[in-house]
Design a protein around this ligand. Structure first.
Ligand SMILES: Cc1cc2nc3c(=O)[nH]c(=O)nc-3n(C[C@H](O)[C@H](O)[C@H](O)COP(=O)(O)OP(=O)(O)OC[C@H]3O[C@@H](n4cnc5c(N)ncnc54)[C@H](O)[C@@H]3O)c2cc1C
Length: 386
């Protein structure tokens, strides 16, 4: 944790903001349209310590509180959401290792992950299981000192450039309820039996690759079973995803802010019927609605993060923040496009990229339909009639 959170938070945020404005914003759209991987930007992100944001100092990390964590994701996404994607699932892997890893696992993986070399990711979703992770079919069967993993994972962000992954697999396919048969592993590329499949061609969130990974009797050392106990994989993964909801919500906020900034600037310059469009009441109503929802997103995210900083459970609040901020991102990026007319649809302006990136935050990190279920479950628990 930071020594003087308020002061250190300002310094960290200022540094990231400068990085985004100086190095990221001027090149993001061009690189995204050309499909160029941002190697140099990733190198700077390593130097800034962004790959170890939730790793304790004793394991080589540069830890920040959750509020600062959220603001960093917001700022990166304001410039280019793909950069937040490169560290997003990497940090979920770190989070799970910090919380549940054995001391040996922490020593072996965290110091390397914290400096971004190697990069990490998550292997949870499969061709036939995403929201319903209990129904995964990838198997990890014990054979002496190792587990043999067989199955296919889908949608693995960092699948090509990453080397270390959090893998959810079934160690007891007959278990009931099914989640008790799942276990989480930290796996590393290298041994035969792991093939990177195709890069999935996507609407947005380009440049950061999303791939299939195929496992065929891939050997995983027994000591890579997270926490050393089978049957707890679902719990480990779900806890990691709670923190991810805050980072995905913050990405949505970053997209909304970037789109709003572009739209309000444009609205004061573009003249129709003898006056700037910002003077037409219907455009003013759009700007007011957009800004209000952005502010509400910000407050929900910071409030959920503050709760987590106090060590309280925040699945309900993180779910609300994720739901609202990402639905807002989808709405605000489209409204910004409408305000900019034909130019909003053109690749000469950033709004088309923001608009294409927004649906991912609605779907990823647990779909918004799932967030509603999480929120409702939390509410029913809180308001339980005895
Ligand atoms: C660009 C991108 C990157 C990704 N990166 C990763 C990654 O790095 N690692 C990883 O493991 N996964 C990753 N994912 C996968 C992502 O987490 C899943 O796409 C997401 O969880 C939804 O799962 P699904 O696509 O299988 O949809 P499904 O689970 O099939 O859902 C389909 C629809 O049904 C709805 N639905 C499902 N169940 C219910 C229910 N009980 N009640 C109401 N509605 C329901 C869903 O909300 C959705 O609208 C990524 C996805 C994308 C698009």
């Amino acid at each position: 944790m930071l020594a003087d959170p308020a002061h250190d938070q300002q310094l960290v945020v200022q540094t990231i903001r400068e990085f985004v404005e100086r190095d990221v914003a001027p090149v993001a759209s061009g690189m995204e349209h050309r499909g160029e991987y941002p190697h140099a930007l990733v190198d700077t992100m390593k130097e800034l310590g962004l790959f170890g944001l939730n790793v304790p100092e004793e394991y080589g990390g540069t830890p920040v509180d959750y509020t600062t964590f959220a603001i960093i994701f917001e700022e990166l996404s304001r410039g280019w959401m793909a950069l937040a994607g490169i560290i997003g699932t990497h940090l979920v892997l770190c989070d799970v290792l910090v919380r549940y890893g054995t001391e040996d696992q922490k020593q072996r993986f965290l110091p390397r992950l914290a400096n971004g070399e190697p990069r990490g990711g998550l292997c949870l979703s499969e061709p036939n299981a995403g929201t319903d992770l209990q129904s995964i079919s990838t198997l990890a069967m014990r054979e002496g000192d190792i587990y043999r993993v067989t199955g296919s994972k889908m949608w693995v962000t960092n699948g090509r450039h990453g080397q270390i992954f959090l893998l959810l697999a079934k160690t007891d396919p007959q278990a009931s309820p099914a989640h008790r048969g799942t276990s989480a592993f930290v796996i590393e590329k290298g041994a035969p039996g792991l093939t990177v499949g195709r890069d999935i061609d996507k609407l947005g969130y380009k440049t950061v690759e999303t791939t299939e990974l195929h496992f065929d009797s891939f050997p995983v050392p027994g000591e890579n079973l997270i926490g050393g106990t089978e049957g707890l994989g679902f719990k480990h993964v779900m806890t990691g995803l709670e923190a991810e909801r805050i980072n995905v919500a913050a990405r949505g906020l970053g997209l909304s802010r970037a789109a709003f900034d572009e739209a309000i600037r444009y609205a004061q310059q573009r003249v129709t019927f003898g006056k700037p469009i910002a003077q037409h009441q219907s455009i003013q109503i759009k700007l007011a609605d957009m800004a209000t929802k952005i502010e509400a997103s910000r407050l929900l995210i910071y409030s959920a993060a503050a709760k987590k900083d106090r060590g309280e459970r925040c699945d309900l609040e993180a779910g609300m923040a994720k739901l609202f901020a990402t639905d807002t991102a989808a709405e605000v990026t489209f409204e910004a496009m409408k305000i900019m007319g034909g130019n909003g649809y053109s690749k000469d302006f950033i709004v088309e990229r923001l608009y294409r990136d927004a649906p991912l935050v609605v779907i990823g990190g647990g779909t918004n339909e799932l967030q509603r279920l999480i929120i409702a479950r939390g509410l029913l628990e809180r308001y339980k009639q005895t």
